[in-house]
Design a binder for this molecule. Structure first.
Ligand SMILES: CC(C)(COP(=O)(O)OP(=O)(O)OC[C@H]1O[C@@H](n2cnc3c(N)ncnc32)[C@H](O)[C@@H]1OP(=O)(O)O)[C@@H](O)C(=O)NCCC(=O)NCCS
Length: 162
């Protein structure tokens, strides 16, 4: 039984996890990624994923607490997607995933991280600012919404010192 005290483990993602990643993505975003899209993302050169799973549960049978998908290229780390299930939010899971992804990127030689986030997403922006990310750009009408007007994206960046 999952409780607020359940320990969360961060483990590497691979192709068989595409289903559970896709399912959580669909719950968290207006533009759900199919399991095929997730598989394609994980298969891109330099891409990797990390999962947050409740201790004692096996993946992919269990629901995920969260995931992060990242791509490394030319010394840069791009955070492609990050999500934490609603029941697991506010417990440091998002921070743990992003910290682990940044550690791995730094170890692989990346010197800077980038990501995009909707301008109307204060939770994610709070997390990114807490980890030291700063806004470096804005893209109008970047995120199409199921309901209402499209939202702008803010581009955040973080230098990765060794
Ligand atoms: C954004 C998201 C990943 C945060 O995950 P989380 O596990 O709840 O975040 P954490 O508990 O690790 O929080 C770490 C820090 O982020 C910030 N933060 C988290 N939730 C916040 C909120 N609702 N409002 C403002 N800041 C928030 C805080 O600074 C927090 O530190 P604190 O707890 O010491 O105050 C999660 O809300 C989510 O999955 N949302 C839906 C999908 C999404 O928006 N993904 C990001 C797309 S770019």
């Amino acid at each position: 039984m999952e409780t607020p005290a359940t320990r969360i483990l961060i483990v590497p993602a691979s192709a068989p996890h595409a289903n559970v990643i896709s399912a959580l993505h669909g719950l968290c975003f207006d533009d759900p990624w199919s399991r095929f899209t997730v598989r394609q993302v994980l298969a891109m050169p330099g891409a990797f994923g990390l999962l947050a799973v409740p201790e004692g549960y096996s993946v992919p049978e269990t629901d995920l607490a969260g995931f992060v998908l990242v791509r490394l290229a030319a010394g840069e780390c791009e955070v492609l997607s990050l999500a934490v299930g609603e029941a697991w939010r506010g417990r440091g899971v998002g921070r743990g995933l992003l910290d682990a992804a940044i550690d791995r990127a730094r170890a692989a030689g990346a010197t800077v991280a980038f990501l995009e986030v909707a301008e109307d997403n204060p939770a994610a922006q709070g997390l990114y600012r807490k980890l030291g990310f700063r806004v470096i750009g804005r893209r109008n009408d970047y995120y199409k919404r199921r309901h209402g007007a499209a939202a702008a994206a803010l581009t955040y960046s973080l230098p990765l010192t060794p």
